[in-house]
Write a protein that binds this ligand. Structure first.
Ligand code: MLT
Length: 246
């Protein structure tokens, strides 16, 4: 199988028709999506902007729709939740629809919506995503990055994903994929590593260092969220078995 990695979602992406795409935004959008869906959220509705999120939430009906997201890492004024995976507990999100707006992650989801499948990956569900992704003939791994810049946390996650696929399938890698694998071999995935990254340092500065612990957890879930028609949900085969690996 052919695997291409793109380090910034805003970089020109190839034609996605017929291709399977994995989106990665370790800090924190894809980690939050996984946590919310594992805790029973009905679906996550990404929005390209705060204004669009507010419009979408009211059109869906605010009684069982939660507005969540961040600007400069902090909860957006008037929203119900920020973008910390710790906020998406079962008590808060079970049965709810989440309309989410973030700086990079939710915009990346829109950039890849033409793909035949869009899978959502973080360190928390890495091996589960690898198992599904290796069914594809051609895979594109898109890192959300940080405002159009390279983000090491996403690149290492992409490399770790490629490693897991390469362990079980013959692969042809583009240069970025080869580079990502070398970064995954170099950096040990833990809270300390995430705190050393640009995004990690910013989260620590704004008092959200505890988010690094949950985002650094590897394979604590076997759920593979998938986006269809601009809604991210757990695949039917995941429902009920996506919690902490038995
Ligand atoms: C993003 O989408 O830019 C990140 O998830 C932002 C964050 O969570 O702080």
């Amino acid at each position: 199988m052919k695997i291409d990695v793109h380090f910034e979602a805003t970089a020109p992406l190839p034609d996605l028709t017929g291709r399977v795409v994995v989106v990665i935004d370790v800090l924190r959008a894809t980690s939050s999506v996984v946590e919310a869906l594992v805790n029973g959220a009905q679906g996550v509705y990404p929005a390209p902007s705060t204004e669009e999120a507010i419009k979408l939430a009211s059109s869906l009906g605010r009684e069982d729709t939660i507005l969540c997201g961040e600007a400069r890492g902090l909860k957006i004024e008037g929203f119900d939740l920020g973008n910390s995976p710790r906020e998406f507990s079962a008590e808060v999100v079970a049965g709810k629809r989440l309309v989410m707006s973030t700086t990079n992650g939710t915009r990346a989801f829109f950039l890849v919506e033409d793909a035949v499948r869009v899978l959502i990956c973080s360190f928390m569900n890495l091996s589960a995503v690898a198992a599904v992704a290796m069914e594809a003939d051609s895979l594109i791994i898109v890192c959300a990055g940080m405002e159009g810049l390279f983000s090491l946390d996403d690149a290492v996650c992409a490399g770790a994903l490629v490693q897991r696929i390469r362990a079980a399938a013959d692969v042809e890698l583009n240069d970025a994929a080869m580079g990502a694998v070398e970064m995954a071999l170099t950096f040990r995935i833990n809270t300390h590593f995430l705190a050393s990254t640009w995004t990690g340092k910013r989260l620590v500065e704004i008092g959200l260092s505890e988010d690094l612990e949950i985002c650094a957890e590897i394979d604590c879930y076997s759920a593979v969220p998938e986006m269809e028609n601009r809604v991210i949900q757990l695949r039917s085969s995941d429902a009920g078995s996506s919690g902490p690996d038995a």
